[in-house]
Write a protein of this length. Sequence first.
Length: 28
Amino acid sequence: MLVISLQSKNGTKGFTLLEVLVAMVLLS
């Protein structure tokens, strides 16, 4: 969910697993 928001905010599809993991950690 947050990843989608960050993607549209960033405007790029080049999302790395690391960025996704960081987002998940921030969500916890």
